[in-house]
Design a protein around this ligand. Structure first.
Ligand SMILES: NC(=O)c1ccc[n+]([C@@H]2O[C@H](COP(=O)([O-])OP(=O)(O)OC[C@H]3O[C@@H](n4cnc5c(N)ncnc54)[C@H](O)[C@@H]3O)[C@@H](O)[C@H]2O)c1
Length: 352
């Protein structure tokens, strides 16, 4: 039995991880530490018994020390972050504070309680990071492997890169038992509707423009959040201390292709279920048109990385990890979840 502290567990991936962990490891205890920014939502944890949500800041080192000690935490899974690249361009300070100083605060607390108190307690600090730390690829460059040099280009990716280095340093300098995973673009249930997939999905339902940056040919790898949670589980179970693992979805797609898949899946859902036209009368699909009519090209994001691609040979070989869905399957499941959970996302539309 393990006692987990999940930081950022009221956010998108963190909440999916808590649901996943509670379902697959019912004997473990889970404490969530989340300051509840605009992206954190206690409702993401509805329906879970025995999961404790503590509202607090990862920068509060003494709070983290108390939680680690009093709750006999042996595993930290660290998701808490400022995570939206566009917000990091307009307001980078919060990214430096949470992603760098916050991660350092957690590491300091973990070092104090797990190493300096002399308990010899087996422990693991798992840090969740992003493929964006590796920089941008040309169409012919090989995919990112774990040995690729870091070349972060946005304030977001630079802050995540700094946190990755701190985690590595606490292993090499102090002997903290750490692992890091760098994953690609996640999508799935509970994603705040500022990110591409839920934003475009809801815009299709409401007949709003689908704003496409630049020429729409920026390439990303797409990872269903449940496959990501499965990957983190594998790292926790068999990953080696001090190692980093790339976790991807094996679905490298240009944005235009992703948007076409979203539109086609929404159109199909309306064709199969006439009740949707009554719920969402402004949707093109409710009026005999295709959702692709909403596509609108807008000025590109500043410093927009052209291509990310994940080489996950190491995770597949060492951990036995493999994603279980194609993007088409994962998006169809995601659309079904959003259609069935309007009560979850409707209040968020005013919040963004
Ligand atoms: N979403 C993706 O596609 C993606 C891809 C690669 C890596 N990641 C990484 O995965 C992690 C989770 O991403 P997400 O998309 O779920 O993010 P999110 O923005 O949905 O959630 C972040 C959570 O962290 C909480 N938080 C923020 N600052 C905090 C603080 N100071 N103290 C405590 N809690 C705080 C927020 O309230 C929120 O609940 C992040 O570290 C992110 O960098 C995300």
């Amino acid at each position: 039995m393990a006692n987990l502290l999940v930081t950022g567990g009221a956010g998108f991936i963190g909440a999916n991880f808590v649901h996943y962990w509670a379902a697959h490891h019912p004997d473990d205890t889970v404490t969530v530490l989340d300051v509840l920014t605009y992206a954190g939502n206690p409702a993401n944890l509805d329906g879970l018994n025995g999961v404790d949500l503590i509202k607090g800041d990862i920068c509060d080192t003494s709070l983290v020390e108390t939680l680690l000690k009093d709750r006999k935490i042996d595993t930290v899974v660290h998701f808490a972050a400022e995570s939206h690249v566009d917000r990091s361009i307009t307001g980078p300070d919060a990214f430096v504070t949470t992603n760098i100083i916050g991660t350092h605060s957690l590491l300091k607390a973990a070092r104090k309680i797990w190493l300096d108190s002399g308990t010899g307690m087996p422990h693991r600090f798992h840090h969740v990071s992003t493929d964006e730390v590796y920089g941008s690829l040309s169409p012919t460059d090989p995919a990112f492997s774990e040995t690729k040099q870091y070349e972060p280009n946005s304030p977001y990716s630079a802050s995540k890169a700094a946190s990755d280095h701190l985690v590595r340093a606490y292993h090499h300098t102090y002997g903290l038992d750490v692992t890091t995973s760098n994953c690609s673009n996640n999508y799935g249930p509970y994603q705040f509707p500022e990110k591409l997939i839920p934003l475009f999905l809801l815009n299709c339902l409401y007949g709003r423009d689908l704003p496409i940056y630049g020429d729409g040919m920026n390439v990303r790898d797409w990872l269903h959040v449940e496959d990501h949670c499965h990957g983190i589980e594998k790292v926790l179970q068999v990953g080696k201390t001090g190692e980093t693992y790339n976790i991807g979805g094996g679905q490298e797609l240009p944005n235009l292709r992703v948007i076409e898949e979203i539109c086609a899946t929404v159109d199909r859902a309306f064709a199969e279920n006439p009740a949707l036209a009554e719920r969402f009368p402004d949707a093109p699909a409710a009026n005999g048109k295709s959702s692709v009519s909403l596509k609108t090209f807008v000025t590109d994001r500043a410093g927009h990385d052209r291509r990310y691609a994940i080489d996950e040979t190491k995770a597949r070989g060492e951990l036995g990890y493999a994603p279980r869905r194609t993007f088409a399957e994962g998006f169809a499941q995601t659309l079904a979840w959003y259609l069935a959970n309007e009560g979850w996302w409707r209040p968020l539309l005013a919040k963004g």
